[in-house]
Design a protein around this ligand. Structure first.
Ligand SMILES: [Zn+2]
Length: 287
């Protein structure tokens, strides 16, 4: 419920979104207050007249490094008005492909169209709960595949991470969910699992918020088109295979042999003989 509430904020600006995601993981405490507590280390944040013994044991989560967002090296446009016109690259098949990619990069939320572009990498996460951190935040052992151009989000293999789930679960429980990477957080907590039981420590871990991706169903496409026609700025980042410019798609470059009319072929230094390169490309879909 908390996650849904915060994800509803995604409808506004990216800056607000990042803030909302961070707040989601960080819980109800103000980030500044949490940071102060972390800086103070073991010191009790004692307010006049209160007993702070219980407060001292509660986990403190502070931002450490923001999520590195999908970065495209190339941009292009896909104009809906040119769809299936002679000589246009805007075909129904290409639109379907872009919509599928968009669906995998979008999350269902409370925005007017019912969904927004995800601002971090989405990954399927297999987890087992190590410790309950409160407010549906959990320290988990998890596995997820690498995501993004050039594996910008490295894969996790039996890796500890912080996960905000949609529902409360029990320690030891295992599951699978779609998680949106929201960056690295610093977690100050008292461990309750072997061999660290009772130790107060700080871990820096990748953090994910559970979310639901947009359904890549035929019914979703008209909604997607309608959103664009009504002026929504929509773009999708995909890995495009394009011919290598350096060698002109040959896989090699030629060099004159001194004192001879013949040339020798050298493996292309850019594509290494593959003839093509993979270029993360942002396609803006416009009316
Ligand atoms: Zn090349």
């Amino acid at each position: 419920m908390i996650a849904r509430l915060f994800l509803a904020l995604l409808a506004t600006t990216v800056a607000l979104t990042v803030q909302a995601q961070t707040t989601t993981i960080l819980g109800t405490k103000k980030p500044e207050a949490a940071a102060e507590t972390a800086a103070a280390g073991e010191k009790k944040p004692v307010a006049a007249g209160t007993v702070a013994a219980v407060e001292d044991e509660s986990p403190v989560i502070t931002p450490f490094r923001p999520a590195n967002l999908p970065a495209a090296k190339n941009t292009r446009t896909f104009q809906l008005g040119k769809l299936n016109k002679p000589a246009a690259t805007e075909t129904t098949k290409e639109l379907q492909r872009l919509f599928s990619a968009y669906a995998q990069q979008s999350i269902v939320d409370g925005s007017p169209t019912g969904f927004s572009k995800a601002t971090g990498y989405l990954a399927t996460i297999n987890y087992s709960i190590l410790q309950d951190l409160g407010d549906k935040r959990y320290l988990v052992k998890a596995a997820w595949p690498a995501a993004g151009p050039n594996d910008a989000l490295a894969a996790g293999v039996d890796t500890m991470a912080v996960l905000l789930l949609e529902r409360a679960v029990k320690t030891g429980e295992t599951g699978r969910c779609t998680g949106m990477h929201v960056g690295t957080v610093s977690l100050l907590f008292t461990a309750s699992f072997a061999p660290l039981t009772g130790k107060r420590l700080t871990l820096r871990r990748e953090a994910f918020v559970e979310c639901t991706t947009l359904d890549d169903a035929p019914a979703g496409l008209p909604k997607f088109i309608d959103k664009i026609l009504r002026g929504a700025e929509v773009s999708v980042t995909t890995n495009e295979v394009i011919p290598c410019k350096k060698c002109g798609g040959l896989g090699f470059t030629s060099e004159k042999i001194k004192g001879s009319l013949s040339e020798k072929h050298i493996n292309c230094s850019v594509c290494d003989g593959a003839k093509s390169i993979v270029l993360p490309t942002e396609t803006k879909i416009i009316p």
